[in-house]
Design a protein around this ligand. Sequence first.
Ligand code: NAP
Ligand code: G4F
Length: 336
Amino acid sequence: MKKTAKNKVALITGITGQDGSFLTEFLLKKGYEVHGIIRRASTFNTSRLAKIYQDPHEKDRKLFLIHGDLADAENIRKIIYTVKPNEIYNLGAQSHVRVSFDIPEYTANVTGLGALRILEAIKDFQDHTGQKIKFYQASSSEMFGASPAPQNETTPLRPQSPYGIAKVFAYNATKLYREAYGIFAVNGILFNHESERRGETFVTRKITRAVARIKAGLDKKLYLGNLDARRDWGYAPEYMEAAWLMMQQPKPDDYVIGTGETHSVREFVELAFKEAGLKDYKKYIGIDPRYYRPAEVQNLVADAAKAGKVLKWKPKTKFADLVKIMVKADANPKKI
Ligand code: NAP
Ligand code: G4F
């Protein structure tokens, strides 16, 4: 029987993250049964799932959370054999570029080897059961590193961080398992995407959160690093739709996803303060060298023509609207 979205099963690593929460909402709306791997923590780490959480005692529930960790191959294998998913979305990662310089080995283990552990388990599962599993790898524009913009699927990968190196490993593993073993494995090469759910230490959210605190009189200054770095910033929920579209194609392939527009960190800061009615942003900004990186990716601009043509995907939210959404959400934290 051909499975429709109504009876498909998805497994998501990184379900508690920004993207994981948006993808889960998207798949549940489509009628999927969704299983997500969460890490055991001493505090609750499921706040982004609060809106859609289903109590284990609920009848006919469609969302299931399982403890696990990408560093634990046996656990990943067991989960895949138990859940028997049709689609796996590997969004789990130590995803902070600056932090990857402090913990490079851990980053390589989780962000790089984590993908390989899943691919190996899929290969065995398919060999033993004959049931196919599609695999999505959350690849990153950080892999392009020092390659000049604009970047597309053919741009050489010149990573500038341990995180970028780990993502290149996972990207290549995904390609290899597709070509060598015929696994339906795709790389979504996503450029920076943000939202009101963005982690608080990534630069956009750090800025919009600080703007709200300064406006409320709780803080006086915001300390940042390199204000001249340029990024192609889009809106996260739209990017998760692109990830799903990649998994619905007749053949597996790799796709760049981004807006094609680039802005500096300085521009983001200026607009965010202006949006909150705080004139002269320079009054509130301090530079702290600790936020500089040993190596930097200077300029990212997506050439997402292939996604436009094949997936019929186009970004909708413009830079100024993204800043507005995030500033507004941080000014009204209860509504996030
Ligand atoms: P995020 O908010 O940092 O979420 C990362 C997720 O990975 C969290 O659920 C986290 O769990 C989980 N995780 C971390 N270490 C893990 C481990 N050892 N085992 C299992 N899970 C683990 O990241 P995001 O922005 O949603 O991004 C999703 C994915 O896309 C990541 O792989 C990221 O590298 C990649 N990506 C992101 C962007 C972007 O601009 N957002 C662009 C390109 C690629 P906890 O909640 O417990 O920490
Ligand atoms: O917000 P960021 O930390 O994002 P970065 O390094 O581009 O990485 C994000 O996007 C990648 C896709 O390209 C993802 F793969 C990755 O998982 C993550 O989601 O930094 C953006 C820029 C950098 O150039 C950084 O040097 O902002 C600059 N920056 C300046 N001051 C700062 C700060 N970044 C942070 N996090 N904190 C600062 O104080």
